[in-house]
Design a protein around this ligand. Sequence first.
Ligand code: ADE
Length: 454
Amino acid sequence: MKIDVLTLFPEFMDRGLHTSILGRACNNGLLDVNIVNIRDFSDDKNGRVDDYTYGGGAGMLMQPQPVYDAYMSLKKDKKCRTIYVTPQGKPFTQKDAVSLSKEEELVFLCGHYEGIDERVLDEIVTDRFSIGDYVLTGGELPALVMIDAVSRLVPGVLGNDTSAEIESFYGDLLEYPQYTRPEVWRDKKVPEVLLTGNPKSVAEYRKAKAEELTKKVRPDLYEKYELRNKEIDRLLKDKRNNIQILESLRRGTGEIIHTDPLVVYMACDDLVMVDIDAVMDVDEFMALLPDNIHSIVVSKEFGAVLRNVPGMMYSCDVYNYVYTENVHRKIKNKDIRKLDESFADYVGNKYALGGYDYAVERLKAGVVYGIFVDDEIAGFVGTHGEGSIGMLYVDGKYRRRGLAADLEGFMFNRDLEAGRTPYGQVVLGNEASMKLQDKMGVYGGDKVLTWLHM
Ligand code: ADE
């Protein structure tokens, strides 16, 4: 990911960005950070970049020209997300971090003094974020906070395979208290249950502690947690038709932004999933959606109405399928390997539905697996951004050998190991996939869902 930072204090940013995990990510090329000193673009002979505020008021304001020229020096050919860090911005959350981590390039603009002339902000800024209800002396620390939160979501930065995937738990609970050696310190003993080695009791203890802590310290979060559990219980009554929403709530990747109808937002894909049987007023519905929405998954009935909204593009109709058996599938052809970007052409050209760029994005996320016969690639499978298994493809000459079943079974096993319910969606009319699902013993939905893009 490329990150440009516009600041009056480059040495401050430089130190922060080149230390610890961010420093390592810069050194190994996962982050390409470019720090630009706004003062270098001052037209003033003394290098001034600030002036008094029109209308009066305490303090100085940064002038538009040096900020604009510093931004223009980046020569962005398309407008990439440009974040102005300011106490007047929207509160920055994990959801925003996820959404920003999907971008290839970001620009951070740090203000100083009383802020920056509004005219240049209007011209170049796409997002305004605050890190909290307090005022700092400048934007450098908040920018570092946001860059840190975004960067750790970039595949590879944490140096841990699973971190590249979507399942990281962003649930609504605070983390439980943790302990390390020694077992007794100043007469205080580590809770007994943590020494039992019984994973079930440990998990139950930790959950209870996390709930207790959250209820006490963050009642607002606890309320969200309870609401999520209530919706999960309701959706479970029709698991096969609701699995896409259920899994996003259970994996912690989806956030409830409205109930009745239930609208779940997934920042990882700028996607909303809607649980709606009836048709509602389109304007009312659109008002529920956050900015930057790219996709909507909705019942076929409401999808038929939304398709007519200007700017909305119909993508496809699908059925869910859910692997409900909690048993690992046996895999016959065992040479299945994670694919990297060197397979961009192979995967990109064969995965027609999503297109080349999407396939490359999935490869970069580290969630595409290839099956090999005699060391030659014969097909692949992947996980979509929202968590469903898909992208399944087997080369013509390798068909009828059970490779598709092995690829799908392999993905089922991965999900089961991570405690997820494996599921996917089949596009209506894809007879080959329908047949495969029957063979795999999966449980198909009977409601058609429509995917729309905007
Ligand atoms: N600049 C000064 N204070 C800030 C804050 N709380 N968040 C973001 N930017 C800031």
